[in-house]
Design a protein around this ligand. Structure first.
Ligand code: E4P
Length: 231
């Protein structure tokens, strides 16, 4: 399972990419708004220049005609742009047209297998079931991910599932077990994924044990002006 960051924050995206584990980004109008009143096009272009993979950004139009017009413009902003289109009837219509023009679509705000069926039929490259929002209303969000993964696999369809609306680290584990191709995670969750108290205790204990016997001897000698000066 690949990891995308679900954010429009440049600092967080840079950090994720530096870590070498983020291969894409998803944004939405709410996430962009969190960054203040920015120049949308400029921000998205900057994100696209940092990220070594697909960057999803959403249209605001409600009708297929408007979605298509917006998507065509957005698609020109960078080579790694993916346009997010909502999983409704107008979105299906827009997705069908855009996919024929080789514009990559992320079929977003997907809450059911039926919506995913239509997104895949329309040619969407990515389908994004929103796990957390389904959990919020008392449904089993991850079950929808499992069903969509199974359906795409059974019919050997090329669309990839992005487990979205990830709220905590258990969602990441469940998405991986469900066979989601991608999980798009908030920065906070990404940082939590690596945390384990036994790792911190273990590192500390290794250093203490070493120092008890070896004193201040280093593994590779000491560094001066960024150069190794002895061992
Ligand atoms: C995904 O593409 C969406 O941007 C995102 O996961 C929505 O998550 P939320 O339900 O936490 O807003």
């Amino acid at each position: 399972m690949r990891l995308f960051l679900d954010t429009a924050n440049i600092g967080h995206i840079r950090h994720g990419v530096e870590l070498g584990i983020i291969s894409g980004v998803t944004t939405n109008p709410s996430l962009v708004s969190k960054e203040g009143k920015v120049n949308y096009q400029k921000l998205v272009k900057e994100i696209c220049s940092i990220v070594p993979g697909p960057v999803s950004t959403e249209v605001l139009s409600q009708d297929a005609h408007g979605m298509i017009a917006e998507a065509r413009e957005i698609a020109k902003w960078a080579g790694n742009i993916v346009v997010k289109i909502p999983a409704n009837l107008e979105g299906v219509k827009a997705t069908s047209v855009l996919c024929k023009e080789n514009i990559k679509v992320n079929f977003t705000l997907c809450f059911s297998l039926n919506q995913a069926l239509l997104g895949a039929a329309a040619g969407a490259a990515f389908i994004s079931p929103f796990v957390g929002r389904l959990d919020d209303i008392g449904e089993d969000g991850m079950k929808v991910v499992v069903d969509i993964v199974q359906f795409l696999d059974y019919y050997q369809l090329p669309a990839q599932v992005i487990a979205a609306s990830i709220r905590h680290t258990q969602h990441c584990i469940m998405a991986a077990k469900a066979g989601a191709h991608i999980a798009t995670v908030p920065y906070k969750v990404l940082l939590q994924m690596i945390q384990h108290p036994l790792t911190d205790i273990g590192v500390k204990r290794f250093i203490q044990d070493w120092e008890k016997v070896m004193g201040d001897q280093k593994v590779i000698g000491s560094m001066k002006n960024n150069r190794l000066v002895g061992s």
